[in-house]
Ligand binder design. Structure first.
Ligand code: NAI
Ligand code: 15L
Length: 263
Protein backbone atom coordinates (compact mmCIF):
# COMPACT_ATOMS: atom_id res chain seq x y z
CA UNK A 1 0.00 0.00 0.00
CA UNK A 2 1.61 3.36 -1.00
CA UNK A 3 2.12 5.93 1.73
CA UNK A 4 0.03 9.07 1.41
CA UNK A 5 2.05 12.30 1.38
CA UNK A 6 0.77 15.85 1.77
CA UNK A 7 2.75 17.83 -0.84
CA UNK A 8 2.48 21.54 -0.02
CA UNK A 9 3.53 24.08 -2.64
CA UNK A 10 2.34 21.56 -5.24
CA UNK A 11 1.50 24.26 -7.82
CA UNK A 12 5.03 25.71 -7.74
CA UNK A 13 8.13 24.90 -9.77
CA UNK A 14 9.49 22.09 -7.59
CA UNK A 15 5.99 20.92 -6.67
CA UNK A 16 5.09 20.47 -10.33
CA UNK A 17 8.25 18.39 -10.88
CA UNK A 18 7.65 16.25 -7.78
CA UNK A 19 3.98 15.64 -8.58
CA UNK A 20 5.23 13.81 -11.64
CA UNK A 21 8.21 12.03 -10.04
CA UNK A 22 7.26 11.03 -6.47
CA UNK A 23 4.55 8.50 -7.46
CA UNK A 24 7.38 6.55 -9.19
CA UNK A 25 8.93 6.07 -5.73
CA UNK A 26 5.69 4.51 -4.47
CA UNK A 27 3.86 7.48 -2.92
CA UNK A 28 0.26 8.56 -3.27
CA UNK A 29 0.12 12.36 -3.18
CA UNK A 30 -2.29 14.83 -1.67
CA UNK A 31 -1.22 18.02 -3.50
CA UNK A 32 -1.96 21.32 -1.76
CA UNK A 33 -1.33 24.96 -2.60
CA UNK A 34 -2.62 28.51 -2.21
CA UNK A 35 -3.56 28.32 -5.89
CA UNK A 36 -5.60 25.71 -7.77
CA UNK A 37 -3.56 23.28 -9.86
CA UNK A 38 -4.48 22.68 -13.50
CA UNK A 39 -5.35 19.02 -14.01
CA UNK A 40 -5.45 18.23 -10.26
CA UNK A 41 -9.03 19.05 -9.35
CA UNK A 42 -8.72 16.95 -6.16
CA UNK A 43 -5.91 19.19 -4.86
CA UNK A 44 -6.37 20.98 -1.55
CA UNK A 45 -6.54 24.77 -1.96
CA UNK A 46 -5.47 26.25 1.36
CA UNK A 47 -3.51 29.04 2.96
CA UNK A 48 -0.64 28.22 5.32
CA UNK A 49 -1.64 31.33 7.29
CA UNK A 50 -4.94 29.63 8.24
CA UNK A 51 -4.21 27.16 11.07
CA UNK A 52 -7.53 25.32 10.79
CA UNK A 53 -7.11 24.83 7.04
CA UNK A 54 -3.59 23.51 7.55
CA UNK A 55 -4.83 21.03 10.16
CA UNK A 56 -7.53 19.77 7.80
CA UNK A 57 -4.97 19.37 4.99
CA UNK A 58 -2.67 17.29 7.21
CA UNK A 59 -5.40 14.99 8.60
CA UNK A 60 -4.98 11.37 7.49
CA UNK A 61 -1.60 11.57 5.73
CA UNK A 62 1.46 9.49 6.63
CA UNK A 63 4.05 12.23 6.05
CA UNK A 64 4.46 15.77 4.71
CA UNK A 65 6.76 17.17 2.01
CA UNK A 66 6.68 20.88 2.72
CA UNK A 67 7.53 23.07 -0.27
CA UNK A 68 4.86 25.72 0.28
CA UNK A 69 5.61 29.34 1.07
CA UNK A 70 7.42 32.33 -0.37
CA UNK A 71 10.50 31.12 -2.28
CA UNK A 72 12.42 34.39 -2.80
CA UNK A 73 13.10 37.56 -0.81
CA UNK A 74 9.99 39.50 0.23
CA UNK A 75 8.86 41.96 2.90
CA UNK A 76 9.29 40.78 6.48
CA UNK A 77 5.49 40.89 6.94
CA UNK A 78 4.90 38.51 4.03
CA UNK A 79 7.70 36.15 5.09
CA UNK A 80 6.35 36.18 8.65
CA UNK A 81 2.87 35.13 7.52
CA UNK A 82 3.53 32.36 5.01
CA UNK A 83 6.96 31.03 6.00
CA UNK A 84 7.18 31.52 9.77
CA UNK A 85 3.63 31.48 11.15
CA UNK A 86 2.60 29.15 8.32
CA UNK A 87 5.34 26.68 9.25
CA UNK A 88 4.32 26.82 12.90
CA UNK A 89 0.76 25.98 11.82
CA UNK A 90 2.10 23.04 9.84
CA UNK A 91 4.14 21.57 12.71
CA UNK A 92 1.28 22.01 15.18
CA UNK A 93 -1.03 20.24 12.73
CA UNK A 94 1.50 17.45 12.24
CA UNK A 95 1.90 17.00 16.00
CA UNK A 96 -1.82 17.06 16.74
CA UNK A 97 -2.69 14.71 13.86
CA UNK A 98 0.02 12.19 14.84
CA UNK A 99 2.13 12.51 11.67
CA UNK A 100 5.71 11.40 12.36
CA UNK A 101 7.79 12.56 9.36
CA UNK A 102 8.31 15.82 7.47
CA UNK A 103 10.67 16.65 4.61
CA UNK A 104 11.24 20.40 4.74
CA UNK A 105 12.46 22.40 1.73
CA UNK A 106 15.14 24.53 3.35
CA UNK A 107 17.54 26.48 1.16
CA UNK A 108 21.14 27.40 0.47
CA UNK A 109 20.00 30.91 1.52
CA UNK A 110 19.82 29.76 5.18
CA UNK A 111 23.63 29.78 4.96
CA UNK A 112 24.00 32.22 2.05
CA UNK A 113 26.75 34.34 3.63
CA UNK A 114 29.02 31.30 3.99
CA UNK A 115 32.23 32.14 2.07
CA UNK A 116 33.17 29.92 -0.85
CA UNK A 117 36.79 30.87 -0.55
CA UNK A 118 37.71 28.73 2.49
CA UNK A 119 38.87 25.72 0.46
CA UNK A 120 37.21 22.30 0.58
CA UNK A 121 33.58 21.33 0.35
CA UNK A 122 31.05 22.96 2.70
CA UNK A 123 29.21 20.58 5.01
CA UNK A 124 25.59 20.67 6.17
CA UNK A 125 26.87 21.51 9.69
CA UNK A 126 27.96 25.10 8.98
CA UNK A 127 26.30 27.69 11.25
CA UNK A 128 23.29 29.68 10.02
CA UNK A 129 24.26 32.73 7.94
CA UNK A 130 21.01 33.79 6.23
CA UNK A 131 21.32 36.20 3.34
CA UNK A 132 17.71 37.48 3.31
CA UNK A 133 14.53 37.49 5.43
CA UNK A 134 13.64 34.55 3.17
CA UNK A 135 16.82 32.70 4.22
CA UNK A 136 16.12 33.62 7.84
CA UNK A 137 12.72 31.92 7.56
CA UNK A 138 14.55 28.72 6.51
CA UNK A 139 16.81 29.04 9.59
CA UNK A 140 13.61 29.33 11.65
CA UNK A 141 12.22 26.27 9.87
CA UNK A 142 15.28 24.20 10.67
CA UNK A 143 15.06 25.35 14.31
CA UNK A 144 11.37 24.51 14.52
CA UNK A 145 12.04 21.07 13.04
CA UNK A 146 14.74 20.48 15.66
CA UNK A 147 12.37 21.52 18.47
CA UNK A 148 9.57 19.21 17.29
CA UNK A 149 11.99 16.29 16.88
CA UNK A 150 13.44 16.66 20.37
CA UNK A 151 10.22 17.53 22.19
CA UNK A 152 7.53 15.58 20.32
CA UNK A 153 9.35 12.95 18.23
CA UNK A 154 8.20 14.46 14.92
CA UNK A 155 11.16 13.65 12.65
CA UNK A 156 12.31 15.96 9.86
CA UNK A 157 14.87 15.96 7.10
CA UNK A 158 15.62 19.57 6.16
CA UNK A 159 17.02 19.74 2.63
CA UNK A 160 19.09 22.85 1.91
CA UNK A 161 18.21 22.88 -1.77
CA UNK A 162 20.68 24.50 -4.17
CA UNK A 163 18.85 25.25 -7.44
CA UNK A 164 16.12 22.79 -8.42
CA UNK A 165 15.10 23.49 -12.01
CA UNK A 166 14.67 21.29 -15.07
CA UNK A 167 18.15 22.20 -16.33
CA UNK A 168 20.91 24.53 -15.07
CA UNK A 169 20.95 27.91 -16.79
CA UNK A 170 23.82 29.93 -15.22
CA UNK A 171 27.47 29.35 -14.30
CA UNK A 172 26.49 29.30 -10.59
CA UNK A 173 24.04 26.48 -11.22
CA UNK A 174 26.88 24.29 -12.48
CA UNK A 175 27.65 24.03 -8.74
CA UNK A 176 24.18 24.38 -7.18
CA UNK A 177 21.94 22.35 -9.53
CA UNK A 178 19.65 19.69 -8.07
CA UNK A 179 18.10 17.83 -10.99
CA UNK A 180 14.38 17.01 -10.68
CA UNK A 181 15.11 13.26 -10.63
CA UNK A 182 17.77 13.69 -7.92
CA UNK A 183 15.38 15.91 -5.98
CA UNK A 184 12.81 13.10 -6.00
CA UNK A 185 15.55 10.62 -4.93
CA UNK A 186 16.58 12.89 -2.05
CA UNK A 187 12.99 13.48 -0.90
CA UNK A 188 12.42 9.72 -1.02
CA UNK A 189 15.54 9.19 1.12
CA UNK A 190 14.23 11.83 3.53
CA UNK A 191 10.86 10.10 3.79
CA UNK A 192 12.17 6.55 4.13
CA UNK A 193 15.44 6.64 6.12
CA UNK A 194 14.92 5.39 9.69
CA UNK A 195 15.70 7.35 12.85
CA UNK A 196 16.54 10.73 11.37
CA UNK A 197 15.53 12.89 14.37
CA UNK A 198 16.21 16.24 12.75
CA UNK A 199 18.81 15.91 10.01
CA UNK A 200 20.01 18.76 7.78
CA UNK A 201 21.34 17.78 4.35
CA UNK A 202 22.69 19.68 1.38
CA UNK A 203 20.61 19.20 -1.76
CA UNK A 204 22.48 19.12 -5.06
CA UNK A 205 23.23 16.60 -7.79
CA UNK A 206 26.63 14.92 -8.21
CA UNK A 207 28.00 18.11 -9.78
CA UNK A 208 31.64 18.16 -10.85
CA UNK A 209 31.86 21.81 -9.72
CA UNK A 210 30.03 21.29 -6.39
CA UNK A 211 30.81 23.52 -3.40
CA UNK A 212 28.74 21.35 -1.08
CA UNK A 213 29.53 18.11 0.66
CA UNK A 214 26.79 15.47 0.36
CA UNK A 215 27.86 13.07 3.10
CA UNK A 216 24.84 13.64 5.39
CA UNK A 217 22.48 13.15 2.41
CA UNK A 218 24.32 10.00 1.32
CA UNK A 219 24.04 8.68 4.89
CA UNK A 220 20.25 8.68 4.40
CA UNK A 221 20.63 6.56 1.26
CA UNK A 222 20.70 9.37 -1.35
CA UNK A 223 22.66 8.40 -4.47
CA UNK A 224 22.62 11.31 -6.95
CA UNK A 225 22.68 10.28 -10.61
CA UNK A 226 23.00 13.60 -12.45
CA UNK A 227 25.82 16.13 -12.98
CA UNK A 228 25.33 19.71 -14.22
CA UNK A 229 28.66 19.41 -16.04
CA UNK A 230 26.93 17.99 -19.12
CA UNK A 231 25.55 21.53 -19.64
CA UNK A 232 28.85 23.33 -18.85
CA UNK A 233 30.16 23.98 -22.37
CA UNK A 234 26.84 25.45 -23.49
CA UNK A 235 26.44 27.63 -20.35
CA UNK A 236 30.04 28.91 -20.38
CA UNK A 237 29.79 29.71 -24.11
CA UNK A 238 26.70 31.80 -23.40
CA UNK A 239 27.61 33.45 -20.05
CA UNK A 240 31.37 33.01 -19.60
CA UNK A 241 33.00 31.68 -16.40
CA UNK A 242 32.00 33.11 -13.01
CA UNK A 243 33.69 36.47 -12.32
CA UNK A 244 35.87 35.71 -9.24
CA UNK A 245 34.95 39.09 -7.70
CA UNK A 246 31.18 38.57 -8.05
CA UNK A 247 28.94 37.54 -5.12
CA UNK A 248 28.18 34.31 -7.04
CA UNK A 249 31.85 33.31 -6.85
CA UNK A 250 32.50 34.49 -3.27
CA UNK A 251 29.38 33.62 -1.25
CA UNK A 252 27.15 30.55 -1.22
CA UNK A 253 23.94 32.58 -1.57
CA UNK A 254 25.20 34.47 -4.64
CA UNK A 255 23.13 37.50 -5.61
CA UNK A 256 20.68 36.98 -2.70
CA UNK A 257 23.46 38.45 -0.50
CA UNK A 258 22.94 41.86 -2.16
CA UNK A 259 19.18 41.88 -2.74
CA UNK A 260 17.07 44.29 -0.65
CA UNK A 261 13.59 43.29 0.58
CA UNK A 262 10.62 45.21 -0.85
CA UNK A 263 9.08 47.66 1.66
P1 NAI B 1 7.54 28.30 -5.94
O1 NAI B 1 7.45 29.73 -5.53
O2 NAI B 1 7.49 27.98 -7.39
O3 NAI B 1 6.42 27.45 -5.20
C1 NAI B 1 6.01 27.73 -3.88
C2 NAI B 1 4.53 27.42 -3.79
O4 NAI B 1 4.09 27.74 -2.47
C3 NAI B 1 3.70 28.25 -4.78
O5 NAI B 1 2.94 27.41 -5.62
C4 NAI B 1 2.81 29.10 -3.89
O6 NAI B 1 1.50 29.31 -4.39
C5 NAI B 1 2.80 28.30 -2.58
N1 NAI B 1 2.51 29.19 -1.44
C6 NAI B 1 3.06 30.40 -1.19
N2 NAI B 1 2.49 30.94 -0.11
C7 NAI B 1 1.57 30.06 0.33
C8 NAI B 1 0.64 30.08 1.41
N3 NAI B 1 0.54 31.12 2.24
N4 NAI B 1 -0.18 29.02 1.56
C9 NAI B 1 -0.10 27.95 0.71
N5 NAI B 1 0.77 27.87 -0.32
C10 NAI B 1 1.58 28.94 -0.52
O7 NAI B 1 8.89 27.75 -5.31
P2 NAI B 1 9.74 26.49 -5.76
O8 NAI B 1 10.88 26.97 -6.57
O9 NAI B 1 8.86 25.44 -6.27
O10 NAI B 1 10.35 26.03 -4.36
C11 NAI B 1 9.67 25.10 -3.54
C12 NAI B 1 10.25 25.16 -2.15
O11 NAI B 1 11.63 24.82 -2.19
C13 NAI B 1 10.16 26.52 -1.49
O12 NAI B 1 9.91 26.36 -0.11
C14 NAI B 1 11.54 27.12 -1.69
O13 NAI B 1 11.86 28.03 -0.67
C15 NAI B 1 12.41 25.87 -1.63
N6 NAI B 1 13.64 26.02 -2.41
C16 NAI B 1 13.58 26.02 -3.78
C17 NAI B 1 14.73 26.13 -4.53
C18 NAI B 1 14.71 26.06 -6.02
O14 NAI B 1 15.78 26.05 -6.61
N7 NAI B 1 13.56 26.01 -6.68
C19 NAI B 1 16.04 26.29 -3.87
C20 NAI B 1 15.98 26.28 -2.42
C21 NAI B 1 14.81 26.13 -1.73
C1 15L C 1 16.15 29.43 -3.56
O1 15L C 1 16.04 29.24 -2.35
C2 15L C 1 15.02 29.95 -4.36
O2 15L C 1 13.78 29.45 -3.90
C3 15L C 1 15.14 29.65 -5.84
O3 15L C 1 14.22 30.47 -6.54
C4 15L C 1 16.56 29.87 -6.36
O4 15L C 1 16.84 31.23 -6.34
C5 15L C 1 17.55 29.09 -5.51
O5 15L C 1 17.38 29.33 -4.13
C6 15L C 1 19.01 29.40 -5.89
O6 15L C 1 19.78 29.83 -5.03
O7 15L C 1 19.36 29.16 -7.05
Amino acid sequence: MPRTILLTGAAGGVGTLLRELLPGHGYRLRPADLHPIDGAEDAVVFDLRDAAAVRAAVRGVDAVVHLGGISVEDSFANILGSNIEGLHHLYEAVRLEGVRRVVFASSNHAVGFTPLTGGGLIGSDVPPRPDTFYGLSKVFGEGLASLYADKYGVETVSIRIGSCVARPCSPRMLATWLSPADCARLVHAGLSAPGVGHTVVNGISANTRAWWDLSSARALGYEPQDDAEVYAAEIIAEHGELDPDSPEARLLGGCFTTVEPPL
